[in-house]
Design a protein around this ligand. Structure first.
Ligand code: G3P
Length: 226
């Protein structure tokens, strides 16, 4: 399973990238708002992320509500840099825009997916990535991982050749809140988990590793002093 980072914060992206295990970035309007960025700077900020990522896929989300608006945004975003993927919410207009963008060779990440049927519709409309959400199910006392399992099983039953520019669909586990979500997604064989920086750090840390490093350092000092 590949790791994407779910943030629009340049410092977090740079830090995660420096670890050598980052495969992409996903953003959304809420994550951009969190950076304090202005509307006029949105596209230049996304371009900065795309440059920083040096070819790794960066999802940039449309906020348009019509097919025309989504397609217009999508064509503009994807022309900013070749590694920009257009993120579109699943709805009637989103599916239609996805098909039009896919037919023009644009990679689409279909977001806000909460069911297997939505995932199947997205893949048939030419989505290159399908993003089922986990945490928001848990928020309403439902099992986000069980829902994700249904998406994995349903999309895995079919060959998506010819449906989009790469003839493949990757599932991005989104709304990931905990390291356990990451492990469970990987156990299901999910292609990608998009993880906030805080959760990514939690995935890295283990108290026994910290204790082990401290012990090795202390013992090595004894060797140096002997
Ligand atoms: O990128 C979309 C998704 O990851 C949002 O997560 O935590 O706002 O449900 P969350």
């Amino acid at each position: 399973m590949k790791f994407f980072i779910d943030t629009a914060d340049l410092a977090e992206i740079a830090e995660a990238k420096s670890w050598g295990c980052l495969a992409g970035v996903t953003t959304n309007p809420s994550l951009y708002a969190k950076t304090g960025g202005k509307l006029a700077d949105f596209e230049s900020h996304m371009l900065k992320i795309a440059d920083l990522c040096e070819g790794l896929p960066v999802s940039v989300e449309t906020t348009a509500s019509t097919v025309e608006g989504m397609v217009e945004d999508g064509l503009r975003f994807s022309s900013l840099a070749p590694n920009i993927v257009v993120k579109v919410p699943i709805c009637e207009a989103g599916l239609a825009a996805c098909r039009m963008l896919a037919d023009k060779g644009v990679r689409v990440n279909m977001t806000l997916v909460f069911s297997a049927t939505q995932a199947l519709l997205a893949a048939n409309a030419g989505a290159r990535y399908v993003s089922p959400f986990i945490g928001r199910f848990d928020d309403i006392a439902e099992d986000g991982i069980a829902q994700l399992a249904d998406v994995v099983a349903c999309l895995g039953n079919y060959d998506w050749s010819g449906k989009n520019v790469d003839s493949r669909v990757e599932i991005i586990a989104a709304s990931v809140r905990t390291p356990l979500h990451v492990t469970k997604a990987a156990l299901l064989g999910v292609d990608i988990a998009t993880v906030p920086f805080k959760t990514l750090s939690k995935c890295l840390k283990h108290p026994l590793t910290d204790r082990g490093i401290a012990l090795f350092e202390a013992d090595w000092k004894k060797v140096e002093q002997a």
